[in-house]
Design a binder for this molecule. Sequence first.
Ligand code: CDP
Length: 246
Amino acid sequence: MGGSEKPELIINGKRLDGRTSDQLRDIKIEVGAVRNAVGSSYIEWGNNKILAAVYGPKEALPKHVQDPEKAIIKCRYQMSPFSSLEDHGRTGPNRRSTEISKVTKEVFQNVVLLEQFPGSEIDLYIDVLQADGGTRAAGITAAAVALAASGIPMTDIPFAVSVGKVGSELILDMNKIEDNYSDADMPVAISPRTGEMLLLQMDGNLTIEEVNRGVQMIKKAGEAISKIQRNALKVSYERILEKYKK
Ligand code: CDP
């Protein structure tokens, strides 16, 4: 956030990419992008390009991480070195990717039926190939589809998106330039069936009224995001059915 020369982000009610304040970027999801994974997906969310892959459930290793009552989830979010103009020369985990991996894992611990797989691990990989703001939300949305495609039982297919604040205005689904110069950023993940909030982070300051209004914007956008997630799964099942017909 911040920066010395702050560009105008909203001109005549329109954002720099032409969107209105509550408009999502275009989202496309494809199931089955990673051949060897149990479940996988590829998402294009605006200019973000992200792969999500699920492996397991399998015996949790090393043994001391095993939980005899339920499966554990291991999550590794990472940005590829070529994913943005910022320097990603140093590979391997950093503070930010460790944090995003942790909060993503916590989202899915709340919806995966972990008790069905005691002693196991479920591995979740989120790889950002191209980054343009909001990759944690897009990664969670893609991972939810990859998990659903893997057949691992879940109570719901969560989605995530963020709301930001520019001056006094709330804007949905910020891209990188908006994120850079915004006054606040609040990524939220939700289980659409129950409305339960599985992630809420906040960078910057929002009033309680703004948080409530932001969550309403996110829930509304969630209807569209959920539809895209479910449609991606439907298309993949139809493809499988087609194969059996032949
Ligand atoms: O991706 P998200 O908005 O969830 O996370 P962020 O930490 O708020 O980062 C905002 C954006 O900055 C990312 O989406 C990337 O486009 C960019 N970024 C980057 O290119 N390299 C980093 N090391 C960190 C962020």
